[in-house]
Ligand binder design. Structure first.
Ligand SMILES: [Zn+2]
Length: 336
């Protein structure tokens, strides 16, 4: 069928057909192309690369981190954090356990991730589909990172520099890879195990560690999950109240590590540090047809935190590539 179709193509359309065929290459091929085209990732700031980080460096702080989302409870958690004037960190998974892709307009997750930024939280990567990266090949690791980068960039216009490995498993070659790809690997020193037995021990675990140390001389990175009903509807408020009662300040994990917000993300093209506050964000829109053409002329952008930018060429570029990788059947109109 393909040969018969190509035989009917007008000569002047061959170039466009070639372009269309290129665009409809399979998802993984596009990621490979993007990866090869990607610039080297410079490191910046004082937070180390190539090691697993488990402890805050600024005393008196507690970094509440939430993994595996966004999910159906995340909006409620964002409401709660806002009511309490707390900024936290979210390590986002692209698509896990059938929750739907974060960059699929029908999933509704993109505006939630954008709200994380708008509310002052930090967004990091937690892989595309929650694979064990120690058990993965380098190519599989790369795919896990790049898939999530493309999705997050299409949502935020930047790539995070903070990463949390699923199952806390990233050592040796994995750490080397994450360094070369420009990520801080951030673990935790309070494992609340909020996912276990409905969080029956989570409160005591968290409270015991904080109360046995002084806020004047200690700081903590706490792990919980916004995919847990218990965490969003009970535990989060407990963690906030307990930390404050014991004299701790609740901050994003970057702040807990003494890293200014402008180092938390990088430009996907140049690789340089990029303050997300100055990035024009592609508006999440359920109206955008999933099988639309490659045109981005009508793409809208908005600022999440007082942006002064009027447009984002970078995010537009990656938005095109992302949407292409999702659903595309590109049909150039003049030569269909
Ligand atoms: Zn996880």
């Amino acid at each position: 069928m393909a040969y018969r179709a190509s035989a009917q193509i007008q000569p002047q359309c061959k170039d466009e057909l070639a372009l269309a065929l290129f665009v409809v290459l399979q998802l993984d091929m596009l990621f490979v192309i993007l990866d090869f085209a990607a610039p080297k990732r410079p490191t910046f700031g004082n937070v180390p690369y190539g090691v697993g980080i488990s402890h805050c460096s600024v005393t008196g702080k507690v970094a509440l981190t939430f993994d595996d989302g966004p999910y159906i409870y995340t909006t409620e958690l964002l409401d709660l954090l806002k009511q309490n004037n707390v900024r936290a960190s979210f390590f986002v998974v692209g698509n896990n356990a059938g929750k739907g892709r974060i960059n699929d307009p029908s999933s509704g997750y993109a505006p939630i991730i954008q709200r994380m930024i708008a509310d002052g939280h930090q967004v990091g990567s937690h892989t595309w589909s929650h694979q064990d990266l120690n058990a993965a090949t380098r190519e599989q690791r790369r795919a896990q990172i790049i898939h999530n980068e493309i999705a997050l960039n299409s949502i935020l216009g930047v790539i995070p520099t903070y990463f949390r490995p699923p199952y806390t498993r990233c050592a040796g070659e994995c750490l080397d890879d994450l360094k070369s790809w420009g990520y801080h690997v951030v673990n935790y020193d309070i494992d609340t195990r909020d996912w276990q037995d409905g969080g029956v021990k989570a409160k005591s675990t968290y409270q015991t560690i904080l109360s046995e140390h002084s806020a004047a001389s200690s700081a903590w990175i706490s792990l919980a999950h916004d995919v847990e009903d218990f965490t969003v509807h009970h535990f989060a408020q407990f963690m906030i109240d307990t930390a404050r009662r014991l004299g701790y300040e609740l901050v994003p994990v970057g702040t807990c590590l003494g890293d200014p917000p402008e180092n938390w993300y990088r430009d996907p093209i140049t690789g340089q540090a990029r303050d997300v506050a100055n990035v024009a964000i592609p508006l999440p829109s359920k109206e955008q047809p999933k099988s639309s053409s490659t045109s981005t002329s009508s793409s809208q952008t908005t600022s999440l935190r007082g942006s002064t930018s009027t447009s984002s060429q970078i995010s537009s570029i990656v938005t095109v590539k992302t949407s292409t990788s999702e659903t595309q059947t590109v049909a150039p109109k003049p030569c269909s």
